[in-house]
Design a protein around this ligand. Structure first.
Ligand code: NDP
Length: 332
């Protein structure tokens, strides 16, 4: 079987030569293990952080070793109790076509009647990030005005839909007219094309005015930079910011200029860092509530699919150039 490994640590934007396909030897299964043919692989922005040699909440990828990430596959051989050939499962040995794992590191998919790859997106890690980040970290409530950046992406598109299903007003920002139309289609009350001419703050103020609102109650940050600054500039008294990601600076060391940071004080804005792994004890709530909205037709799944293991680095690069709407996936 084959796996992607990191050949060199990217300097700025990752490039193809940072990655290398390596052959993995086929090993016999031990008792309790299963062999899984991967069908769907996930690429996620946080993986960029694992490519740097720095201490973080996940250890860096080791050079020359198979990389890891979310994956969904089919059991093709099993010596694990409770897992049979043909079972579709989720696990963390992505970036490769085949995985051998003990049952303790493999999950069966919840029976929600959706295609399996949705458990890497809307109903998986990014969906949980949006759901728990909005409702538990930012404590957003019906009637709140919510601003979300990277609104056409996996996490952002979930935030838009969870907010609408919960009775909030939503302003979504995304790059380009097509993505903005998509965000509108997901239910957003107003959209901002951050790539169009003009300062972002001006566009946010215009969107607020169009909705007859003075400011935002919640900011869900996927981007950082100018987006965070515009959110600070428009935050209402006691606004809550869930700081989820800062993709604007993942490939650069450029400093973020926050001209409106001092509004934190006057408006008593609460800014909280969010890590989805802190919320894994509440997945039953997530599946129950999201499953209910799904059954009521309140959630749409968005995904962008690259074909084949060879295309995996390209899919990954696409996250930083806006090549995806919804969840970025690789299909094997
Ligand atoms: P997305 O599906 O949103 O893909 C990334 C998107 O970000 C792109 O499609 C692009 O959309 C946008 N983007 C890229 N560069 C920039 C930029 N410089 N400025 C503005 N937008 C940009 O990825 P995810 O939904 O998986 O992740 C979204 C964010 O959430 C990331 O920051 C990620 O790190 C974070 N995250 C955090 C987690 C946590 O536990 N804290 C867990 C999961 C994700 P466009 O075309 O609109 O520019």
């Amino acid at each position: 079987s084959r796996a992607w490994s990191l050949k060199s640590r990217p300097n700025g934007m990752p490039v193809a030569s940072d990655f290398e396909l390596i052959d993995l030897p086929t090993t016999a299964l031990n008792d309790g293990e299963m062999r899984i043919a991967n069908r769907w692989l996930s690429v996620d922005p946080y993986m960029r952080g694992r490519m740097n040699d720095v201490k973080s909440y996940v250890p860096p990828f080791a050079l020359g070793e198979p990389m890891q990430g979310g994956a969904i596959g089919e059991v093709i051989e099993s010596r694990a109790e409770g897992f049979a050939v043909g079972d579709v499962v989720q696990h963390f040995l992505g970036w490769r076509d085949e995985a051998v794992l003990p049952a303790t590191q493999v999950q069966k998919l919840p029976a929600l009647g959706v295609p399996p790859q949705q458990f890497l997106g809307l109903l998986g890690m990014p969906g949980m990030t949006g759901y728990f980040g909005l409702l538990h970290v930012a404590e957003a409530k019906a009637g709140d005005v919510v601003f979300v950046s990277a609104a056409a992406g996996a996490v952002g598109s979930t935030v838009v839909q969870v907010a609408k299903a919960s009775g909030m007003t939503v302003i979504g920002s995304a790059g380009g007219a097509d993505k903005c139309a998509l965000v509108k289609g997901l239910g957003a009350d107003a959209v901002i094309d951050y790539k169009s001419e003009g300062p972002l703050l001006k566009k946010l103020l215009a969107a607020l005015q169009g909705l007859g609102k003075d400011g935002i109650d919640v900011y869900f940050d996927n981007v950082g930079g100018e987006h965070l600054d515009a959110a600070l500039a428009t935050g209402n008294l006691h606004a809550r910011f869930a700081i989820c990601g800062m993709i604007d600076i993942y490939n650069t060391s450029k400093p973020t200029e926050l001209r409106y940071l001092a509004r934190l004080i006057g408006m008593r804005i609460r800014m909280t860092g969010l890590l989805v792994s802190d919320h894994m004890g509440k997945t039953a709530e997530f599946y129950r509530v999201m499953g209910g909205w799904l059954a009521e037709g309140k959630l749409k799944n968005e995904e962008t699919v690259f074909e084949g293991l060879d295309a995996m680095p390209d899919a990954f690069f696409g996250l930083f150039t806006g090549g995806n709407t919804g969840k970025m996936l690789v299909k094997l």
